[in-house]
Each structure stands twice: as C-alpha cells, then as structure tokens.
Ligand binder design. Sequence first.
Ligand code: HEM
Length: 148
Amino acid sequence: MERLIVAYNWYLAAHVIFVIFWMAGLFMLPRYLVYHQEALAAGRAEEAALWVEREGKIRKIILSPAMIIVWLLGLTLATIGQHWAEPWLHAKLLFVLGLSGYHGWAVGYAKKLAANKPTLSGKTLRMLNEIPAVTAAVIVVLVIVKPF
Ligand code: HEM
C-alpha cells in the first residue's frame, strides 16, 4: 500500500510537470498565430515563413508530446487513486477534452496560415487566445477544491 502511495505521488508530480509544459505550449502557439497572421496581412513573407517553422517546432517538441503524457498520467492517476466515480473528475474530463479540442483547432489554424488561408479576424484570434487560461483555471479549481 505504501509503495502505491509513493508511486501515486510520483505520477502526480509528473502529471503536474507535463501539465505545465502543455499549458506553456497552449499559451505560446495562439500568440504565434496572431503574429503569423499579422505578418501575412502585411505581406512580410519571410517573417511568415519563420512563424511556420516556429509553430511546427513548438507542436512537435512541446505541445503534442506534453498532451499525450498528461492524458496518460491523468488516466493512470484516476485508476490508481480510484477516482472514476467522483463527479469532479467527470467535470474535469469535460474541460480537458475542450482543451484538447482547442489544441487541435490551434494546430489546424497554423496549417491554414501556412497555406496563406486565414479565416478569422485578428480580433477573434486574440479573443480565442484567452480560452486556455480560463479553462486551466477551471480545471485547477475542480481538481484542488473538488467542489462536487
Ligand atoms: C488529460 C486528462 C486528465 C486526467 C484524467 C486527470 C486526472 C487527474 C487526477 C486523477 C488527479 C489526482 C487528483 C488527486 O489526487 O486528488 C490529477 C491531479 C491534478 N491535475 Fe489532472 N488530469 C488530467 C488533465 C489535467 C489538466 C489539463 C490539468 C491542468 C490544466 C490538470 C491539473 C491537475 C493538477 C494541478 C493536479 C494536482 C492536484 C493536487 O493533487 O493537488 N490535469 N489529475
């Protein structure tokens, strides 16, 4: 039993570490998209090409690996800790699914910009930038306060 608690704590620490990496990527990529779109609008093709390169790197090195590891460790914690019947976890999963969807959207929009096909206004893009911060705040409250 003691061993399981020690293992749980190590998984928990790793989970939070990779949550930080994933969130860092989710804060950075949408900001890159704003700069990328502005470079395209101003006809700065060389700069736009640099943003394509940066977006690809952040996706491959930080965003995708961190998201996969957060999911794997989160599901492991829920199983070892026997949290599956707890309502806070269900609510948290809903928000984490939303965050994963946002991740997919941001990667998809980066591909649109790489093809020089922006579909959103700069203002909308900036507003969408706020989603990860708000969602992360809700998730942290759910997992720490466990209001239900
Ligand atoms: C991907 C699916 C995820 C699952 C299945 C999951 C599940 C869990 C579980 C079961 C715990 C342990 C709770 C406890 O011991 O009381 C935990 C801890 C935690 N999770 Fe997640 N999680 C996921 C994603 C996330 C995300 C995206 C965030 C933040 C944006 C996050 C933030 C945290 C934090 C801060 C803790 C530590 C809470 C504490 O014990 O002090 N998790 N998670």
